[in-house]
Design a protein around this ligand. Sequence first.
Ligand SMILES: [Ca+2]
Length: 538
Amino acid sequence: METSPHSRTDHDAGRRAAFRLGPLGLSLLAMLLGPVVASLRADDAKKMNVLLIVGDDHAASALGCYGNPRIKTPHLDKLAAGGMRFERAYCNSPVCTASRQSFITGRMPQSVGVTLLTTWLGEQATTLAHVLGSEGYATLAAGKMHFNNPKPGYDEQWLRHGFGEVLELEQSQKRIQMRGVREVDSSIPVQPMWRPFNDPARIWLNAANLPWPAYDADMTDEDFVYESRNFMRNPPRRPWFVVTSLKATHSPFVYPIEFAGRYDPKVFEPPEPGPEDGAQIPLIFKDLTRQEKQGITAAYYTAAEYLDECVGRTLDGLEKSGEAENTIVIYIGDHGYCLGDHGRFEKHCMYEQAVRAPLIVRWPGHTTPGGVSGALVEFIDLFPTIAEVCGVPIPPEVEGRSLVPVLEGRRRDHREMVTSVYFENEEAMVRDQRYKLIYTTGKRERQDHYTTANPLPGRTIRLYDETADPGEMHNIADDPANREILGSLMKELFVRLRQGRNFDPPRELSMQDALDLYLIPPEVQREADADLKMIQTK
Ligand SMILES: [Ca+2]
């Protein structure tokens, strides 16, 4: 295999030196040396910019280029036609916070310590923005980052997690209000206030298929796009790294008034749950009628079309900046979404619809237009990919593997197995080319409102043959013929769950007991440790 011009080994020495400093040290160094470094590096002018666009809860199945004939996503389809589309890209956790903090640090959620929805990203975590920023990149995060920052009293600089500029939801909402919004006439039907779990699911999942009470120009996603376009056109310096992170297609499937009525709910056929799904369908979805399921799907499709429009505007901004040829563009959904599949409207599980997500990469001069990769890849692979493309050091704690050889067509395969985790339900999956293992301890009372009729079912082991049963309807874990494959997937799961953790299971534990131990959310374990310390010091 050939070595790329920016191979990992090229900058091993540099990265060892740089990463002893940690993120705060790096930021300080970047601040002090930024202008000097920028002017000294003659090759900076050639360094690639990075535009990372993130959709929220955007399932791969809700894209034209992934084979959906009904949905209209022309801009993302065009991006795929100009770059490489990954058929089998997996998020490392099917929930916003854990997935996002995982890919922005290149580490598994349990390794970076962010596995639950409300956990904040710690000061010690090195993000892509720290790494690129310390190499002279100008950086912007526009949109939903889900850093979950603690409120005032903390150092302003670390709350930006390496980004030079951050525009999150609250600031955007304030900006729009200050600018003045176009009033919506009371005769126009719009969504009520979003109150998930307080209202019945049909209300907060927008089964009535109503627009958000705003016109296109006053949507927060439009504001994130506007800010990204401005930054790309007038960056503080080159090269730059921009994250445009959109709210669509997250529930309540927000789209502006102009987009209302684009999909007729009646054309949708809600999927039938499988014969083994009944007991594991969250109670909140039990009462949804066929008509309501159709309405939710129409709302989701409309939100995806709006998302696509926002992606189109962002890419138009890139074209107008004159930098398109010097910019690698990456589109991902932070994870997938079950749109009625297995009887549910959510992520938070290990079925393909929830863990497989769109990944499209356009790297001018490297990706072949219209390329399609069937390689098994994970989102933690994005960090080292971007670092390699940009020729910047990769921190030693990064667990992902660069996709550059696949993007350049030098390799077809990438990983033998991929893993995803959902600690809230103490659940994890590992899949290879053909089989998927889903392991659940069944010992944790989940706090995410997706409780089933049997909240503590105990250990559940499921095995699916993805070739013979792509809908994942028939668990074949108990078939003695599958003992060997089950054992090898369990072993891989153990290895992946152990990675980045600071303890080994006691020797006397069985493999399954050890998996149970590793699936306790590290946040909960930290609290337990702190409590123990307090008791000991009393
Ligand atoms: Ca999400």
